[in-house]
Write a protein that binds this ligand. Structure first.
Ligand code: SAH
Ligand code: SF4
Length: 411
């Protein structure tokens, strides 16, 4: 792609009829997603993982071993409120039952293959799952207060191939299961010792979740939904839906369902305001073009003035960062309760883009702000620890192919 985009005659294509975005399309997406299912939650020794089960599923398997439904509440408390992984520490459960549970079940975490803490306190984890697959999780503390965001991955790799994204070069290996999604958050909390789960509005170090790691969460909707319901459950981790944001490259048919069923905040990876350019940067745009995407944002059920939609816009020098782009952006999103997150491009080896200059970033941000939208510039964090999403996994794969004693450090 050339560095300077050609002039575009019409800013956006006509919106396709909403009828095209039918239930059929949703079913097709869910069926495709099922082909990339995570491995079984049963270990080779026959024990079953309990993390990631819904309350109903937990009750069912307890009934199967002759235990009463009230045990669900008890176990839930130990697993998600106390963060206990060892049945013998579940002190409200009698010893014989602790032993019975330990024979049949496990409560585990993904293994931390790498943990790196940046000089700015950002902590990046590479988690390894039971089948050896790996995904990245990042904790980004707030500089001013005792709180922070956990950036969680939804897939190993990604089917989409956005040209600026390193994960997009990896292809999709598989979806992460609910246990692996919840597990990333729980393992990150282990690392800070933040158990038991703080109640209600008590300050938390790990206070928000952003589904902005590797993968497209709306192409793994069922596992994401199950995991978020567990995380939002008030008797466990109890994180409010207001503190969870899902980032999508624009899988429109799943956006409505996400709003209706989960009511979490939405972030849209917009990155371009004209279809020709967005077709190249975010190839999913060929299927779900800008006008349809913006229409879906306008009807997103959880959006309100208090719950604004975030438009993410990666600033690529000479590609999408002109003042004309900024003006078109504010025209497109006019009337939507929104903020615009300007993301300085984080280069990776072999990437074909350059980050915008600081002056251009400021010029762009000012136009967006003058139109009444908050437009924070997301400062790059953890630059010294391979912060571009997907890079840590690639490094680890390289090291595993050619083992060297220092390439992958233990946690
Ligand atoms: N697939 C989803 C969520 C994961 S990507 C999505 O695309 O929204 C999350 C964010 O990471 C995206 O907004 C993307 O813009 C950003 N991102 C990807 N590669 C990046 C890079 N090299 N530099 C800066 N941000 C990047
Ligand atoms: Fe996938 Fe998001 Fe990267 Fe695009 S930006 S390739 S959708 S992870």
């Amino acid at each position: 792609m050339s560095a300077v985009p050609p002039p575009y005659a019409s800013p956006v294509r006509e919106a396709a009829s909403a009828a095209a975005l039918t239930d059929d399309e949703r079913s097709r997406i869910l069926a495709k997603s099922a082909q990339f299912a995570p491995p079984s939650a049963v270990l080779p020794d026959g024990r079953r993982e309990l993390v990631g089960l819904s309350r109903e599923e937990l009750t069912e398997i307890l009934l199967e071993i002759g235990e009463k439904p009230f045990r669900t509440k008890q176990l839930w408390h130990w697993i998600y409120h106390q963060g206990v992984t060892d049945f013998s520490r579940m002190s409200s459960i009698a010893k014989p039952l602790q032993e019975k549970l330990a024979e049949r079940f496990v409560v585990s975490r993904p293994q931390a293959a790498t943990v790196q803490t940046s000089s700015d306190e950002t902590r990046k984890f590479l988690f390894r799952f039971r089948d050896g697959q790996e995904a990245e999780t990042v904790y980004i503390p707030d500089r001013r207060e005792d709180r922070g965001a956990v950036c969680i991955s939804s897939q190993v790799g990604c089917t989409l191939s956005c040209t600026f994204c390193h994960t997009g070069t990896q292809g999709l290996v598989r979806n992460l299961g609910a246990a692996e999604i919840v597990g990333q958050f729980m393992a990150a909390r282990d690392s800070y010792g933040e158990w038991p789960s703080p109640k209600g509005e008590t300050p938390r170090l790990l206070s928000t979740i952003v589904l902005m790691g590797m993968g497209e969460p709306l192409y793994n909707y069922e596992n994401i939904a199950k995991a978020m319901k567990i995380i939002m459950d008030g008797e466990g981790i109890g994180l409010s839906r207001r503190r969870i944001t899902l980032s999508t490259s624009g899988v429109i048919p799943m956006m409505d369902q996400c709003g209706d069923e989960l009511g979490i905040n939405l972030a849209i990876s917009l990155h371009a305001v004209r279809d020709d350019l967005r077709d190249e940067l975010v190839p999913l745009n060929r299927k779900y073009p800008i006008a349809d995407l913006i229409a879906a944002c306008r009807r997103y059920p959880a959006a309100s003035n208090a719950r604004r939609i975030t438009f993410e816009y990666i600033m690529l020098r000479g590609v999408n960062d002109s003042e004309a782009d900024a003006r078109e952006l504010v025209r497109l999103i006019a009337g939507i309760p929104a903020k615009v997150n300007l993301i300085p491009f984080n280069p990776w080896p072999g990437s074909r883009f350059q980050p915008s200059t600081r002056e251009q970033l400021d010029r762009f941000a000012n136009i967006v702000m003058d139109a009444g939208f908050a437009s924070p510039i997301r400062m790059p964090r953890g630059r010294d620890i391979l912060a571009a999403c997907g890079q840590l996994r690639t490094e680890s794969q390289r090291a595993r192919r050619q083992p060297s004693p220092t390439a992958v450090e233990g946690a």
